[in-house]
Design a binder for this molecule. Sequence first.
Ligand code: HEM
Ligand SMILES: Cc1cnc2ccccc2c1N
Length: 291
Amino acid sequence: VIKIAQVPEGKGFEDYQNVYNDIAAKIEDNLDFDGGAGYYGQLVRLSWHTSGTYTKSDNTGGSYGGTMIYSPESFDGENAGLAVGRDFLIEFKDKYPWISRGDLWTLGGVVAVQESGGPKIPWRPGRKDIYDRATVPEPGKLPDASKDGKYVRDLFKRMGFNDRETVALIGAHCLGKCHTYNSGYDGPWGPSFNMFTNDFYVRLLGGWHVKKWDGKKQYEDDETNSFMMLPTDMALKEESYFIKYVKEYAKDQDLFFKDFSKAYSTLLELGISYPRGSKPFIFKTVDEQEE
Ligand code: HEM
Ligand SMILES: Cc1cnc2ccccc2c1N
């Protein structure tokens, strides 16, 4: 399956920086949403779920066609709650009719990471809204949080990621929270889930215990009982092939930022063929434009 990037006629860096700025402004106007998590987590999760359906062996799935709104992908239980992110962004599809769903949904994630203090994420436009349902991926490609490390390793390998990239990508769990009505998991209830940092790894290396409640098995931190980890989060410290990267990133935020930027940029472009030598955009943050 070939998916060629096609940039809308005459659109360039400035056009996409304008969309970036509109999304950033709307995030800024809604910082108290979701108990103070804002929309950062919602938008990064949307960008990841529209991309994480990718299978390297047959080049199916990925962000190219904006297929998440079509069945059967729209029925994937792992996508519960993503209408929040899609509805947040939909006004920009009306304001900028030339932008595709895939470009809008992935750009939303780039804005969220950069505006929450994270690294710059190189990004290229050219995803095309598809209309033929044949290219809509089946449910089951996105990960189930109740599984173990081997499952996580194999799932990310299916997308073409190695162990280092897998650990770096899951560090996005520094943002946002779980919602029982989406996934059955809950929390964190602690502070700072609206800042992109290496906190996830630092906390992960601390003490955790299984939460006593009637919901799905998840972990709670020994110290304050206000943070949470999923079973697949804990898997990163249980497997020898993952924990070495958890330790590296807990010690060195710059290294995490560098590896995350590369892996996340790759994630958002899985399956897409770009013209040789096409240069990604590096958008300015809102703060950088005020100077
Ligand atoms: C083993 C892999 C992964 C599993 C099993 C997993 C699972 C989950 C689950 C169950 C939630 C809670 C959803 C809810 O209840 O609203 C969640 C949230 C989230 N995930 Fe992951 N995830 C994985 C990897 C990733 C990756 C690779 C990224 C991004 C690069 C990511 C970004 C996020 C974000 C930002 C949130 C917070 C969403 C919000 O605040 O609404 N996750 N994840
Ligand atoms: C600290 C932490 C750990 N795991 C998470 C998983 C999903 C969403 C948010 C998370 C989070 N803030």
